[in-house]
Write a protein that binds this ligand. Structure first.
Ligand code: G3H
Ligand code: 13P
Ligand code: ZN
Length: 337
């Protein structure tokens, strides 16, 4: 299957929820070749649809064209994988235009925060910037994810530091006024490896209510890495120092999927898998210095970790359920209204 819009994959997820066989698609962050290869290997092995997403930080690190070409190589080499390429946490229309010019089929505009990616905005601002993006993106067939409510935690400038759960009634007004395809809701998660001080607390009520009130809108959970204890132990065993790291347990994510979450964002777990494998490899092979050896070990660890997520989120085996809705098909559909 060629490159599809995220809407194509999320519609399959919404349909599966209605049919009582829910799955969520993982959206995995990509910054370099090994991450892209690891993700594609997992998607192919498990026959899963996938969303690969790119942050502004990733575009800065890898440079737009390097990253674009690495991702598009993954698309081209895996025609059997339904894949959408998505901008993560776009902060303004300029960022969205840049991503669409690069060939992305999906964008997020995070209007819950101001352009600095830190300061919480107000509802009117969020509606205004999101509507502007929806108009621009839908004219080109590109899917749009908005965000309402703010996540706690700060990671490289994404996140306000203060959590503010989504109000489901306000979510209905937001979707009606902006026309977004997907909505990121704040349910108690946060970005990064330190999500909870005590026990993980997620508001299933917010998910349930949003699902009831918005039956045709895909719901997105950001900050959803599980931060597996075994990866933290491995990192620390081989010289790392990550104390009190904690994520969202897999069973909690499965419960969130059962209540209607359609897209689950994972970045931190990829970082942890790569770091653990690299540290282990270098500690066990002090004589080695070929970057391909330790980057290769990291790539394998990423593929393993993501294949496990695909199985846990119910995405494995669901590639055939995705309709080939690319930019042209969606452009025509949005034009019909
Ligand atoms: O939402 C944040 C993602 O984990 C991206 O992080 O801005 O460090 O690439 P980044
Ligand atoms: P994690 O930091 O939990 O991986 O969340 C990633 C994310 O939400 C990207 O948008
Ligand atoms: Zn996020």
């Amino acid at each position: 299957m060629p490159l599809v819009t995220s809407r194509a994959i999320l519609e399959a997820s919404l349909e599966a929820f209605r049919a009582g066989r829910p799955f969520a698609v993982g959206a995995y962050n990509v910054n370099n070749m090994e991450q892209m290869q690891g993700i594609m290997r997992a998607a192919k092995e498990t026959n899963s649809p996938v969303i690969v997403q790119v942050s502004r930080g990733a575009l800065k690190y890898a440079e737009d064209k390097y990253l674009r070409n690495i991702i598009m190589a993954g698309v081209e080499l895996n025609p059997e994988v339904p894949i959408a390429v998505h901008l993560d946490h776009g902060n303004n229309l300029e960022a969205v235009k840049r991503a669409i010019d690069l060939g992305f089929t999906s964008v997020m505009i995070d209007g819950s925060l101001l352009e600095d990616g830190k300061t919480p905005s107000d509802f009117a601002y969020n509606v205004r910037v999101t509507s502007e993006v929806v108009k621009y993106a839908h004219d080109r067939g590109v899917s749009v994810e908005g965000e309402l409510g703010t996540l706690g935690g700060i990671e490289d400038g994404v996140g306000s530091g203060k959590a503010h759960l989504t109000d489901p009634d306000q979510a209905v007004e937001f979707v009606e006024r902006t026309g977004v395809d997907a909505l990121a809701i704040s349910i108690g998660t946060s970005h990064g490896a330190f999500k909870f001080k005590g026990e993980p607390k997620i508001s299933f009520e917010v998910i349930k209510r949003c699902r009831e009130l918005l039956p045709n809108t895909a719901l997105v959970s950001h900050g959803s890495s599980s931060v597996p204890a075994e990866l933290i132990e491995e990192i620390n065993r081989y010289g790392g120092k990550l104390e009190h790291a904690k994520g969202v347990p897999i069973e909690v994510l499965q419960q969130a999927i059962a209540y209607g979450i359609n897209k689950i964002n994972v970045d931190t777990d990829i970082r942890l898998a790569a770091t653990a494998a690299t540290r282990k490899f270098l500690a066990e092979h002090p004589e080695k210095f070929d970057q391909r050896d330790y980057a290769g070990a990291a790539r394998e660890a990423i593929a393993r970790e993501i294949a496990a997520r695909m199985r846990a989120f119910g995405t494995a085996g669901r590639a055939p359920e995705v309709k080939p809705l690319g930019l042209e098909e969606m452009k025509a559909r949005y034009a019909r209204g």
